[in-house]
Design a protein around this ligand. Sequence first.
Ligand SMILES: NC(=O)c1ccc[n+]([C@@H]2O[C@H](COP(=O)([O-])OP(=O)(O)OC[C@H]3O[C@@H](n4cnc5c(N)ncnc54)[C@H](O)[C@@H]3O)[C@@H](O)[C@H]2O)c1
Ligand SMILES: [Zn+2]
Ligand SMILES: [Zn+2]
Length: 346
Amino acid sequence: MKAIVYHGPTKKSWEEVAKPVIIEDTDAIVRVDAVTICGTDLHILKGDVPAVTDGRILGHEAVGTVEEVGTGVKTVKAGDRVLISCITACGSCRYCRQGQYGQCLGGGGWILGHKIDGTQAEYVRVPFADTSTYPVPAGVSDEHILMMADILPTGYEVGVLNGKVEPGDVVAVVGAGPIGLAAILGAKLYSPSHIIAIDLADSRLEAAKQFGADITINNGREDAVKIVKEMTDGLGADVSMEAVGVPATFELAAALVRPGGRVANIGVHGEPVTLHLEELWIKNVTITTGLVDTYSTPTLIRLIQTGMIDPAPLVTHTFNMEQFEEAYDVFGRASETGALKVVLTR
Ligand SMILES: NC(=O)c1ccc[n+]([C@@H]2O[C@H](COP(=O)([O-])OP(=O)(O)OC[C@H]3O[C@@H](n4cnc5c(N)ncnc54)[C@H](O)[C@@H]3O)[C@@H](O)[C@H]2O)c1
Ligand SMILES: [Zn+2]
Ligand SMILES: [Zn+2]
């Protein structure tokens, strides 16, 4: 079979590799029908994630058809159409028992395309198949359900639920990439009074309007803190979310929040960030951080089925798997190409 194999910083190729086989009796082998590329894969290719070593197949999001299951797999069988979540769960450790699958101590967590071979391949071995896949409901397309593998649960759990968005809230989202846009889609479910999207790229701000932001601020040209304070009687946003992952945007998210408000950090940070406690100590703010757990996936799937969440505008480009290198190029130049999520099918 063929797969995207990582060969050290900046190097990857779509090449012939051995087809995966069952190793543990809780594994499934899944034929990948649709797969996407994450911003985190670009981080890996820059060398930011040293745990990913030469020879690793990348990818942690996919939809596929089960080919074979180990003898210990109970709820998944050959022929089933499944969503492969970015988070694998052993199902029985202390964290899995609390729904905090991202922190799994039993060999799960974010492992696909990280510690074990991932989904950017024609076939993938999925450990703990019973607790790491979700059945795809009839009538939902592969490319739409694929948005559930990572970005929608991330924006919803780490942004909206950690930030405790409530009806009437003013919600500010710093960064309008796929994750920020997913957070906007999730925040809308709670009827906020305003959703403010903040980004340096006008193309991303245009996308944010389509996803439900009613105010957009280009913080390269405008003073986001001043605008948000002016529209909130000098107070600030009830909830601010950081969906970029650089020091400046965390500091901005912290500066945007009102006294008593919530700052939900979603971005993956590679550098130390300044926490301005000299300003925040008196403001009663709550700051949350998190890796997605994907406990909300079944809920979000139901919301897709009833049309309460429409993932369609997230998919901007489609390719077949033979065009993987081109798909990486288009996704890697998102500010020029307007790419949000690229989907590759067989
Ligand atoms: N916590 C989790 O579990 C989790 C899961 C998945 C992804 N992430 C992280 O979420 C973050 C966002 O992911 P994404 O795929 O949307 O990334 P992305 O790179 O596609 O989007 C980031 C956006 O931020 C904007 N931006 C960059 N610098 C800015 C600045 N100074 N001010 C305002 N906007 C700025 C960019 O223009 C872009 O639109 C990343 O750090 C990613 O690694 C976290
Ligand atoms: Zn991802
Ligand atoms: Zn576990």
